[in-house]
Write a protein that binds this ligand. Structure first.
Ligand SMILES: [Zn+2]
Ligand SMILES: [Zn+2]
Ligand SMILES: [Zn+2]
Ligand SMILES: [Zn+2]
Length: 258
C-alpha cells in the first residue's frame, strides 16, 4: 500500500526506506524542502518524529533471525535480512540494531530477550550522547577508540547515501578512530551481539564499498520472502561464524501491538 509521506507529501512505497532518506539528509545536513521536518533527535525510522514512547524500538535476536517490535503508528513489516543489506531497489539500510556498547541481554549462542535497539542512522547521535568515552564520528576525540564491530554495524554505504540525495562531497570518509580486530576489543563487540564483518578501514575515500562484505551469515529465515532481487554484491566467501548471536542477519518482522 502506498501512503503519502507526511514530511514531503510524496508517495512513499516503502515507509521505512522513504523516511530513511529524509533522516539521512538530516543526519548529513542536506537541506530538503519539507512540510514537516525530521525530528531533531533520534528520529523514529518509520514516522521520522522524535520523542514518542511508542516509537521506542526493541529487537529480539533469534538463532538466525531478528524480530523488531515497535508501536509506531506508521510501522510496517521489516524483512530484516533484506533491509539490513540494502538492495539496488531499496538501498536504505536504516534498521534497528543492537548498540554494541549498550548493556546487552544477549547471551552468546542463545536466543536473546527483546532489548532496546537503535536505528542505524541514529547511531552517530546515540554514540555521542550515550557513549562519550568512545570516539565516534560526532565525538572523534573520545578517549577510547570505537570497537570496530560497532563501527561496521553503523557504517553506511555510498549507495544509500546517493539514493537519499546526498552529494558525493557530503558523504563522509570512513571513521578512522576504530580499534582493529587484533586488539582484543572484538570479543566485547561480539558478546554484545554486534555481528562481525571484515574490517573496513582501508580506502578512505571515493568508490562504493565492495569491501567488508565478508560477514559470516547471510542467513535467511525459512519463512523469509521478498529476497527475489538478484544479489547486488559479488558472491561472498563463506566464513565460519564463531560469534554469538549475529544480530543483523536473518529475517524479522515488526509487530505492532495495537
Ligand atoms: Zn517524504
Ligand atoms: Zn514512529
Ligand atoms: Zn549504546
Ligand atoms: Zn573489531
Amino acid at each position: 500500500m502506498n501512503r503519502v509521506c507526511e514530511l514531503c507529501g510524496e508517495k512513499a512505497e516503502n515507509q521505512r526506506a522513504h523516511i530513511g532518506g529524509h533522516i539521512l539528509c538530516s543526519v548529513r545536513g542536506v537541506r530538503e524542502e519539507l512540510k514537516k521536518p525530521v525530528g531533531d533527535t533520534l528520529p523514529c525510522g518509520f514516522c521520522g518524529e522524535s520523542g514518542h514512547a511508542a516509537c521506542n524500538v526493541y529487537i529480539q535476536v533469534k538463532k538466525d533471525s531478528a524480530k523488531c517490535t515497535i508501536n509506531c503508528r506508521l510501522a510496517t513489516n521489516i524483512k530484516y535480512a533484506f533491509a539490513e543489506r540494502g538492495s539496488d531497489n531499496t538501498p536504505c539500510r536504516n534498521v534497528p540494531i543492537v548498540c554494541g556498547l549498550c548493556p546487552s541481554m544477549l547471551t552468546v549462542g542463545k536466543e536473546s530477550k527483546s532489548q532496546p535497539a537503535q536505528w542505524r542512522y541514529n547511531m552517530e547521535e546515540h554514540l555521542a550522547r550515550d557513549h562519550p568515552e568512545y570516539a565516534s564520528p560526532r565525538n572523534p576525540d573520545g578517549q577510547q577508540r570505537l570497537p570496530h564491530t560497532v563501527w561496521v554495524s553503523m557504517e553506511l554505504d555510498q549507495r544509500e547515501h546517493l539514493a537519499a540525495g546526498i552529494p558525493l562531497s557530503q558523504i563522509p570518509s570512513p571513521f578512522d578512530r576504530v580499534a582493529g580486530p587484533d586488539e582484543g576489543v572484538d570479543d566485547l563487540g561480539q558478546q554484545m551481539g554486534v555481528r562481525y564483518r571484515a574490517p573496513t578501514r582501508a580506502a578512505p575515500t571515493g568508490k562504493g564499498k565492495v569491501k567488508g562484505v565478508g560477514k559470516p551469515k547471510a542467513a535467511v529465515n525459512k519463512s523469509a520472502t521478498g529476497t527475489a532481487d538478484a544479489p547486488e554484491r559479488p558472491p561472498r566467501k563463506k566464513r565460519k561464524s564463531n560469534s554469538g548471536a549475529p544480530i543483523a542477519s536473518g529475517s524479522g518482522s515488526v509487530s505492532g501491538l495495537k
